[in-house]
Design a protein around this ligand. Structure first.
Ligand code: HEM
Length: 397
């Protein structure tokens, strides 16, 4: 395999993820320059961290590596992330803990278990609809529906408003024109404003009410904080699951023997799900900002420096995983970093694993075959990794 000289590779070029293969580049970086300085381009300068151990070390030190200036690289002209210091993911300790405990109850094992039957019903409807459609887009019509349904339930979006929100999120976070996407996003925010006011008048047992009535340091959250957190939960709760499930399905379409093996032996489901999470690594990068001078491996980082953690690279690090470039349904141990680590470890981890288990199990139970009917279209993004569409035909069992 020829390894591209990394000088010729721009890690912030979405084409690298859409049409290229970033893995040889990440491998070169892990071997030769694991904490590498990148000069400013349309993005500000940053350090790339590509080894598993270094990425885990950064995740585990929330004091030195802050989230409050944003957790994603933003083009220079875009300014600071408006959620900085306000949303759960973009808050540092100690405020972060207080904010997390406001919403944590909805994500415990017990809360997720309580939703399992409803999830199963929802998936059955999704699959029945996909079968009726004949050919459908697995990404939007199958993988995207369950996570949105679940997050709507948690947030207290009434059933009759969910289809409308589904259409808006598909538009807002899909591949359409930027203007149409921005309008759809504004409509989502307007919807949350209205839902927030409804919950102020009539609190219910849901996440929006928890944000409306919850206090951090003895103070209620501002309306803007509530809205930014709602938006974050909606995006965080839907986008990555959709991409992981669709990426997993594509992997199974490429490896039909693994799909059949899973059909025959459902005991493999837990390790299969972890391997799909590792393999798809849908959160391409997560960023931190250094708060004081620190040495990371052999590099001295200064306060204010940006540090970018590349998840797909950590999850293919040969120093940590045996045969990392092999998709192995039975891989164990599999302490991948697809869901982050440390203080900000994905709040929806249990939810994600349950959604994936139910979706794949129902697909195995209720379909005879799933065939790809056209080319898979990759996303052009440096933020999330995966497919924009995957045309399939689902034949019922
Ligand atoms: C395959 C699915 C998912 C992936 C790959 C994923 C990935 C991640 C990652 C990498 C982080 C760490 C961010 C950081 O350290 O800055 C994170 C945090 C978070 N995730 Fe997920 N996530 C997934 C599903 C979900 C779901 C289903 C929800 C909610 C229903 C969710 C809600 C959150 C929240 C609220 C945080 C911030 C937690 C905090 O800052 O304390 N995620 N996720």
């Amino acid at each position: 395999m020829t390894v591209l000289a990394p000088e010729n590779v721009n890690l912030v070029d979405p084409e690298l993820y859409a049409t290229g293969d970033p893995y040889p580049v990440f491998r070169w970086m892990r071997d030769h320059d694991p904490v590498r300085r990148h000069d400013a381009t349309e993005y500000p300068a940053f350090w790339s961290v590509t080894r598993y151990d270094d990425i885990r070390a950064v995740y585990n030190d929330a004091r030195v590596y802050s989230s409050a200036q944003g957790i994603l690289l933003r083009p220079q002209g875009h300014g600071q992330d408006p959620g900085g210091g306000r949303t759960l993911a973009l808050t540092d300790p100690p405020r972060h803990k207080a904010l997390r405990s406001l919403v944590a109850d909805w994500f415990t094992t017990r809360s997720v278990r309580a939703l399992e039957d409803a999830m199963r019903d929802a998936v059955r409807q999704v699959v029945a609809r996909a079968v009726e459609l004949g050919t459908c887009d697995f990404v939007t019509d199958v993988a995207g529906r369950l996570p949105l349904y679940v997050i709507c339930r948690l947030m207290g979006v009434p059933a009759h408003e969910q289809e409308m929100l589904f259409a808006l999120t598909t538009q807002a976070f899909g591949a359409g024109e930027p203007e149409a996407r921005s309008i759809a996003h504004q409509e989502i925010m307007a919807y949350f404003v209205e839902l927030m006011y409804r919950r102020m008048d009539e609190p219910a047992d849901d996440l929006v009410s928890a944000l409306v009535n919850g206090e951090v340091d003895g103070e209620l959250l501002t309306e803007e904080d509530i809205l930014l957190n709602c938006d974050n939960l909606l995006v965080g709760g839907t986008e990555n699951v959709r991409l992981a499930v669709a990426g997993g399905m594509r992997t199974f379409l490429e490896r039909p023997a693994d799909w059949e093996r899973l059909r025959e032996d459902r005991g493999l489901m837990p390790t299969a799900i972890e391997e799909v999470l590792r393999w798809t690594s849908t959160a391409t990068h997560i960023m931190r900002t250094v708060t004081e001078p620190v040495v990371l491996r052999d590099r001295v980082l200064e306060a204010g420096d940006r540090v970018v953690l590349w998840t797909p690279s950590a999850n293919r690090d040969e120093r940590h995983f045996e045969n990392p470039d092999v998709f192995d349904l039975t891989r164990r141990p599999n302490r991948h970093l697809a869901l982050g680590a440390g203080e900000h470890f994905c709040l929806g981890a249990m939810m994600t694993r349950t959604e994936m288990r139910i979706l794949f199990s129902e697909l195995l139970d209720s379909t005879r075959s799933i065939e790809q009917t056209g080319p898979a279209v990759p996303l052009r993004s440096i933020v999330v990794n995966g497919l924009e569409s995957l045309p399939v035909r689902i034949t019922p069992a």
